[in-house]
Design a protein around this ligand. Structure first.
Ligand code: 2AM
Ligand code: CA
Length: 269
């Protein structure tokens, strides 16, 4: 695996320290679109990460949220979110992270998610397990939806909020509840660490989920589409769980979707 992971860890720690420092200062917020925020921390963190990646791995492709990356002919591609949880960051709500995932021929082979506020460093390499601050982590053994704590997210401008609210409504009543903390990468790490039994989101970019989904599978969990089809890094939706409650949750998603579409078809939606 060369030194991909150790270099990614070094870079994520450096970028994490930068965003944690900027978190203490007045925020410089601008808008990509209404409700879609970006801060100077996103931009400065991304510039730092891209510079470091280019130094260490010249020629490898970089896809980064704020647009600073570049495609190349390389079979290696870094997916970079320099600040996942930007809305939280901008409001002073301390739930955000830096995340880098490395794909080889489209498959994620290494990932790091760093939460600088809690000093939690999540790492994984394909086939070698998932780790939190160097300690092996595993998904939770809970096997009933009724005993599960779940998480989801509602990114700005998704056209499917109404459907996700139906999932939220149904699953809230069937579980111990649903958290909506605002950082998809950290939510995925919470599944990997056994804190949440399941997490889903309908509209995510590859940089939000590259590292976190590898963490989940390396921790023994399962990642798929909402109704159990294969996980696709470049698709919008993701559903990750400890594996034990996966089928039960897929059934709920399928049922709710059928009812929602039926209601819309009758003009009630
Ligand atoms: P961000 O903080 O890096 O923007 C919240 O549910 C999750 O959705 C966060 O991980 C957030 O990442 C992501 N998100 C925010 N805006 C988005 C957008 N326009 N499209 C897709 N995902 C988005
Ligand atoms: Ca981001």
């Amino acid at each position: 695996m060369e030194n991909f992971l150790s270099t990614a860890v070094e870079i994520a720690r450096e970028a994490g320290a930068l965003v944690a420092e900027l978190f203490k200062r007045p925020k410089e917020i601008s808008y990509k679109r209404p409700s879609d925020l970006v801060t100077n921390a996103d931009r400065r963190s991304e510039a730092l990460i891209i510079q470091r990646l280019r130094n260490h791995f010249p020629g490898q492709a970089i896809v980064a949220e704020e647009g600073g990356g570049a495609q190349t002919s390389s079979e290696y591609c870094w997916y970079v979110d320099p600040l996942d949880g930007t809305t939280n960051f901008a409001h002073g709500f301390a739930v955000f992270c830096v995340t880098l995932g490395l794909a080889y021929r489209g498959e994620v082979i290494a990932g790091v998610v760093f939460d600088p506020i809690r000093d939690e460093l999540f790492t994984a390499e394909r086939g070698s397990g998932a780790f939190l601050n160097g300690q092996r982590i595993r998904v939770s053994p809970v096997n009933k939806l009724s005993e599960s704590l779940l998480a989801t997210g509602f990114p700005p401008f998704a056209s499917n909020h109404d459907l996700n609210i139906q999932f939220y409504f149904r699953l809230t009543k069937l579980s111990h509840g649903i958290r909506r903390a605002g950082s998809a990468a950290l939510d995925l790490c919470s599944v990997a660490a056994g804190r949440f039994e399941g997490f889903w989101e309908l509209k995510l970019n590859p940089w939000d989920k590259a590292a976190g989904t590898l963490l989940v599978t390396e921790a023994g969990g399962r990642v798929s589409g909402l109704t159990g089809g294969p996980f696709q890094l470049l698709a919008d939706e993701v559903f990750a769980s400890n594996g034990h409650v996966h089928d039960e949750m897929c059934s709920v998603f399928s049922e709710v979707m059928a009812e929602y579409r039926g209601a819309k078809g009758k003009g009630e939606g």
